[in-house]
Design a protein around this ligand. Structure first.
Ligand code: IMP
Length: 433
C-alpha cells in the first residue's frame, strides 16, 4: 500500500515537519487530518527556514498536492497569511495544489477570546494552551454550533445564526469567567467578509480526493500534528489538546477508510520535551536541561515558550507504539545528545514497567532509569548507521529493544540531508524513490 502516516509519538515537537518534507519529495499528496495553528512545523532547506502551522509540510515540493482534511480547525486569517508568505517566498500555493475540505471548522475571534480568558482565569492551574482558540473551536464542532468553511458561501444566513452564538460566548467570558473582553458580531462579520472571497477558492471535497488518489495507488503522506501523549482520549488528560493525535484520526479527520494507511511512522526525539503544563515523568532540570534546551533550540515554534526537557521515556514509547500501531520509528535530534557522558533512559515508574501506567495519574511517580554511555563530537555529517560512534549505535539498539519497535530513520541535523536510514527502512526508502 502506498500511503503512510507520520504521527508524533511523544508530546509534540518531535520534528515531524522535517520528516514530512523529506518523505514528500516524490509523494503525490500530503494531507493534514487534525489540529490547527497550534502546530508549528519548521522546515530547513538549503539554509532557508520556513515555518508553517496549517499548510501541510510537503508544500515546498512543487509536484506534491496539499490537502487539509475536515478534522483540522482552520483560522482563516492564519491560513491566508501563510499562503501569502509562501507566495512571497516564490512557492506556488494556488487552489490547483492546495485545498481545504469544506467540512472543516473555522476558528473565529470568539474562540480565541474564550481560550485566552479561560487560561487567564485558571492562573497556575492552566493547561498552558497555545491560546489559539483550538479547544473552543472543537467544542463548538462537538456542540453542533461551529462554523464550517462551506458556510462562508452564504454569509447573511451564517451571520444570523452566529448572533446568538456570539452573545452566549460573551456572556460566558464576562459573567462566568469574569474577564473583561467582548467580541462583537460586527467584528466577526468584518473577518468573515474579508476572508470569504479569498479562502473559498481553496474549498474542496478532500475525502473524495484522497479516496480517488488511493484508488490510483498514488503516494499519500498523512501528516499528524502534536503527539500521542497530547491525544484528547489517550493523552495525559486534562493536559492535552482537543483533537485525536493518534494514527486512527486519519480516518475520522479525512473521511477515508482506516485501511488506507500502509505504514505508521512514529516520530520521537532522542530525548523528550513538553510544552505547557502536565505530567512529565522523565523531566530533568538544571544545567543539563538548559544545555539540551539551548543545543536543541527547544523553544516553541508557535508561542516561543521554553520547552521542558527530559530523558527518553521507553514506557511512554511502548504505549505510543501500541495505541498507534507504529510500524517503525524515526528518531530525531540524536546530534543534540552528543557530548553528554552518561545518557539515561526511563524504563519504568515506581519499579513498574507496564505501559498500562498511562491510564494512571502520573503526577507523583518516581521514574526508573538505566544509564548508557554517551559519545563525543559532531555526528551531524554521518550518512550511514556505521558512521555513528559505537556508543550511539548501542543507544539506538537499546531503544529498539526497550520499546519493541524498529528504528527506520535517524535524524542528526535540521537539514533534509542530515538523515540516516537503517536497514529497517525498506518501505520508507521505496516510498521516497
Ligand atoms: P491547545 O492545543 O492550544 O489547546 O493546547 C493544549 C496543550 O497542547 C498545551 O499543553 C500545548 O502546549 C500543547 N500543544 C498544542 N499544540 C502543540 C504542538 O504542536 N506541539 C507541542 N505541544 C502542543
Amino acid at each position: 500500500m502506498s500511503s503512510l502516516v507520520v504521527i508524533g509519538a511523544q508530546w509534540g515537537d518531535e520534528g515531524k515537519g522535517k520528516l514530512v518534507d523529506y518523505l514528500t519529495v516524490n509523494a503525490d499528496l500530503v494531507v493534514r487530518f487534525q489540529g490547527g495553528n497550534n502546530a508549528g512545523h519548521t522546515l530547513v532547506v538549503n539554509g532557508e527556514t520556513t515555518k508553517l502551522s496549517l499548510v501541510p509540510s510537503g508544500v515546498l515540493h512543487s509536484k506534491t498536492k496539499c490537502a487539509i482534511g475536515a478534522g483540522v480547525v482552520i483560522n482563516p486569517e492564519v491560513f491566508l497569511s501563510e499562503v501569502n508568505k509562501l507566495k512571497e517566498a516564490g512557492v506556488a500555493v494556488d487552489p490547483s495544489r492546495l485545498v481545504i475540505d469544506g467540512r472543516a471548522h473555522l476558528i473565529l475571534p470568539y474562540h480565541v477570546a474564550v481560550d485566552q480568558a479561560r487560561e487567564e482565569k485558571k492562573g497556575d492551574k492552566k493547561i498552558g494552551t497555545t491560546g489559539r482558540g483550538i479547544g473552543p473551536a472543537y467544542e463548538d464542532a462537538a456542540a453542533r454550533c461551529g462554523v464550517q468553511l462551506s458556510e462562508l458561501r452564504d454569509l447573511p444566513r451564517l451571520l444570523q445564526r452566529l448572533e446568538g452564538v456570539i452573545a452566549e460566548r460573551n456572556l460566558y467570558i464576562n459573567k462566568v469567567l469574569g474577564v473583561d473582553k467582548t467580541v462583537t458580531l460586527s467584528e466577526v462579520e468584518g473577518v468573515l467578509k474579508r476572508v470569504a472571497p479569498l479562502i473559498l477558492p481553496f474549498m474542496a471535497d478532500v475525502s473524495y480526493l484522497v479516496h480517488e488518489a488511493s484508488l490510483r495507488e498514488e503516494k499519500i503522506v498523512f501528516e499528524g500534528a502534536q503527539g500521542t501523549l497530547l491525544d484528547k482520549n489517550f493523552g495525559t488528560i486534562p493536559f492535552v489538546t482537543s483533537s485525536h493525535t493518534i494514527a486512527g484520526a486519519v480516518s475520522t479527520g479525512v473521511g477515508v477508510s482506516p485501511k488506507i494507511v500502509g505504514h505508521v511512522l512514529g516520530v520521537a526525539k532522542a530525548y523528550s520535551t513538553r510544552v505547557g503544563s502536565g505530567p512529565f515523568p522523565s523531566e530533568i532540570f538544571g544545567e543539563l536541561a538548559d544545555k539540551l534546551r539551548t543545543v536543541g533550540g527547544e523553544f516553541g515554534t508557535v508561542t516561543g515558550r521554553s520547552r521542558r526537557i527530559g530523558w527518553f521515556d521507553a514506557v511512554g514509547m511502548r504505549y505510543a507504539a501500541r495505541v498507534n500501531g507504529i510500524t517503525s520509528l524515526a528518531l530525531t535530534k540524536l546530534d543534540v545528545l552528543s557530548n553528554i557522558p552518561k545518557i539515561k533512559v526511563c524504563v519504568g515508574y515506581n519499579g513498574i514497567t507496564d505501559e498500562g501506567l498511562f491510564l494512571n495519574n502520573l503526577e507523583n511517580i518516581e521514574p526508573n532509569y538505566i544509564e548508557l554511555d554517551g559519545w563525543e563530537g559532531d555526528i551531524s555529517k554521518a550518512q550511514k548507521l556505521h558512521h555513528l560512534p559505537q556508543t550511539a549505535q548501542v543507544y539506538l539498539s537499546s531503544l529498539e529493544e526497550l520499546c519493541g519497535i524498529p528504528i527506520s530513520m535517524i535524524s542528526v541535523g535540521a537539514e533534509r540531508d542530515a538523515t540516516i536510514f537503517s536497514n529497517q527502512a525498506s518501505f520508507i526508502k521505496g516510498f521516497i524513490q
